[in-house]
Design a protein around this ligand. Structure first.
Ligand code: SF4
Ligand code: SF4
Length: 222
């Protein structure tokens, strides 16, 4: 899932205080699961903004709404009336959701209420960890399903780097060396032979470094 976290209330109020009618719009997908931007958080943030605005004497009215997915025009349509009757939108979706609103409602200010962080998983209650950097050319099959691009601090495809101690990463000893995990995993599944092959430099052509990316599926176009 996409993992995000909420901006703090003073920062949010500073962003939206120029408006009088604000829609706080939640998203029911990834950011609901990571407890950053679902219905519950919409309610909490809307209440906190109302209270902070009142304390500062600002005439801010706040409406609340959560839709299934902000990054999908079909669902975004359900928010059309609420978006139109407010002066601005504070989106609790990820960065894609915010931009989907900005592209569709060209005359309506829209602000990000969250800091979108990474693609990851819930490791344990209250702890999310990055697992994928969306490099565009997945090599997980070579590494037993453990991503060296994301989880090795040096992104080594032919590791380890020789700096690891016990099972710890030399860059951050609080973390396990990704290559220790890769070795153990490949051993467990009987694929240690994969490590005998020197991997060529990664092809970064499909990474984000050349600007934003698109995927075109001709079989789905009309
Ligand atoms: S190799 Fe690339 S696509 Fe695959 S998990 Fe790692 S960062 Fe993500
Ligand atoms: S110690 Fe392991 S995880 Fe850390 S940089 Fe070296 S190979 Fe990567």
């Amino acid at each position: 899932m996409i993992v995000a976290q909420r901006k703090n209330i003073p920062d949010l109020l500073a962003i939206v205080k120029i408006h009088k009618k604000l829609l706080v719009l939640g998203c029911g997908t990834c950011v609901t699961v990571c407890l950053a931007g679902g219905q519950r958080e919409v309610s909490i943030i809307a209440s906190a903004l109302r209270m902070s605005a009142k304390l500062k004497g600002l005439p801010l009215e706040v409406e609340e709404l959560t839709i299934e997915r902000q990054c999908d025009n079909v669902f975004l349509e359900q928010a059309a009336d609420a978006i139109n009757r407010n002066d601005a939108v504070l989106s609790l979706g990820c960065g894609a959701g915010v931009q989907a609103i900005a592209e569709r409602y060209t005359n309506k200010p829209v602000y990000a209420g969250l800091d979108t962080a990474f693609i990851g998983i819930l490791e344990e209650r209250g702890i999310w960890t990055e697992k994928c950097a969306a490099c565009g050319a997945c090599v997980l099959h070579e590494y037993g399903g453990i991503c060296p691009v994301t989880r090795c601090a040096k992104h080594m495809l032919n590791g380890p780097c020789s700096g690891s101690r016990e099972d710890r990463c030399e860059v951050n000893p609080e973390r396990q060396c990704a290559w220790q995990l890769i070795y153990k995993r490949l051993k467990d599944i009987g694929q240690l032979d994969r490590l005998k092959k020197i991997k060529p430099p990664k092809n970064w052509n499909r990474s984000q470094s050349g600007g934003y990316r698109t995927i075109i599926r001709e079989d789905h176009r009309v």
